[in-house]
Design a protein around this ligand. Structure first.
Ligand code: GDP
Length: 393
């Protein structure tokens, strides 16, 4: 599936940068065009893969390249004001060659949190291609303002996109890690999951054809209908014997491909599907009640089989209660592992979102209380006890 990716704010830009690196590394060719938008010049300079002409600095008149400082209302305002500059960069994209837009942003900050929903609305007005969001929730230790920003952005972003895929930093950060080092690893996790998902619809004519290859229309159909999505993933390394079979080594030594143990191949697929669904999702949720799902099995074609995928698909139907579960292959000839990626679209039971909203309301009340007391408190501070002093003027 070919995407035009727009990274909004620091997190958005960095994640899109990693998607480009992933494309280079794997040759998956999912990023047809990449743009990074920010109000902070330094963040744009820090990117390595997004081409310089595709980095758009907005809000210069208001914030002079210094960012909006976690003020997402300001982030939304400057995006409205400078939407023409972003459109200028998008005009350079051959939109007839893309299947969809993907707007990526951290929802807890200012620029991406406020700007991404504004851009999504703009894109939906102008283009017929679907507009998807990839929104990152902040860690719960980042503080009230980030939680409040994220809760408000989430509400708005969901409404403006055709589907919002969510990644929750809170369930992925490890303790004792530097913030930057932590994000590097987290961003790789994000890119691996979504890279396999979107790469699945991009199997070219020259690639080995497996039994039932996932098509981009299946990804689009799973995401259509809107709402919120989460992604599960599990992978298993092939044994040395399996991965050398039919590869360079056996060609040199004149060896034959090892016999495929069909029962083992099928069992591996079904167990990977369970691990993907029951393990850590990008946004943890109860999978029962999910509206639609797509299972992608990636790996060397000889280790993917229809029976395993069919069983996995049926199991997901049982677990979710949904009759709209699609499944297929993503043949990757040189891969040294078999992976399952599970897109759960239209999830409804998400305790993490309820918690986020509760903390956000507390933060909002607290901010309002402090603001309303501000004038009285300041008056108390600057006035001497006996009110004997006079100001200069
Ligand atoms: P903005 O530039 O104003 O949009 O704000 P940032 O993108 O710097 O931060 C917004 C939120 O994104 C933060 O609260 C973090 O939760 C998250 N974040 C920042 N950088 C990264 C990153 O590299 N990866 C991930 N996964 N999250 C990030």
């Amino acid at each position: 599936m070919k995407l035009a990716m727009i990274g909004f704010g620091q997190a958005g830009g960095k994640i899109v940068d990693r998607f480009l690196a992933y494309d280079d590394r794997t040759g998956s060719a999912i990023v047809r065009a990449a743009i990074a938008v920010n109000t902070a010049k330094a963040d744009l300079l820090g990117l390595t893969h997004v081409p310089e002409e595709s980095r758009v600095l907005i809000g210069q008149a208001r914030v002079k390249g210094h960012g909006v400082g976690a003020d997402n209302e300001l982030g939304a305002e400057v995006t409205e004001e400078d939407i023409g500059e972003i459109q200028g960069a998008i005009d350079g994209i051959p939109t007839h060659e893309i299947d969809a837009f993907l707007v990526v942003a951290g929802m807890g900050g200012g620029t991406g949190s406020g700007g991404a929903p504004v851009l999504a609305r703009h894109l939906k007005r102008i283009y017929t291609e679907p507009v998807y969001g990839l929104g990152v929730l902040p860690g719960s230790d980042e503080g009230g303002i980030y939680t409040l920003n994220a809760a408000r952005s989430f509400q708005t972003f969901v409404r403006e996109v055709d589907n919002l895929m969510v990644f929750d930093n809170d369930s992925w950060r490890k303790t004792g890690e530097s913030v930057e080092g932590g994000y590097r690893e987290i961003n790789e996790e994000i890119v691996t999951r979504f890279g396999i998902l979107f790469g699945a619809g991009e199997v070219g004519a020259g690639d080995e054809i497996a039994e039932s290859v996932v098509d981009s229309s299946e990804i689009i159909n799973t995401l259509s209908g809107g709402g919120v999505s989460t992604v599960g993933y599990a992978s298993e390394a092939l044994s040395r014997e399996e991965s050398s079979g039919g590869g360079l080594l056996s060609r040199f030594t004149g060896g034959n491909e090892p016999e495929i143990d069909t029962a083992h191949t099928t069992n591996r697929i079904t167990s990977l599907v369970r691990k993907a669904a029951l393990g850590r999702l990008t946004l943890p949720c109860e999978i029962e009640g999910t509206e639609r799902a797509l299972l992608v099995m990636a790996g060397p074609p000889r280790y993917l089989n229809r029976k395993g995928i069919e069983r996995g698909r049926k199991w997901i139907e049982q677990q979710t209660g949904s009759m709209e579960v699609r499944g297929g292959d993503y043949p990757v000839s040189g891969a040294s592992e078999v992976s399952a990626v599970l897109l759960l679209s239209g999830i409804n039971d998400v305790p993490r979102i309820r918690d986020l909203q509760r903390v956000a309301v507390e933060a909002q009340d607290n901010i309002e209380d402090i603001r309303s007391e501000r004038d009285t408190n300041l008056e108390g501070l600057v006035t001497d006890d006996g009110d004997e002093l006079d100001p200069l003027f």
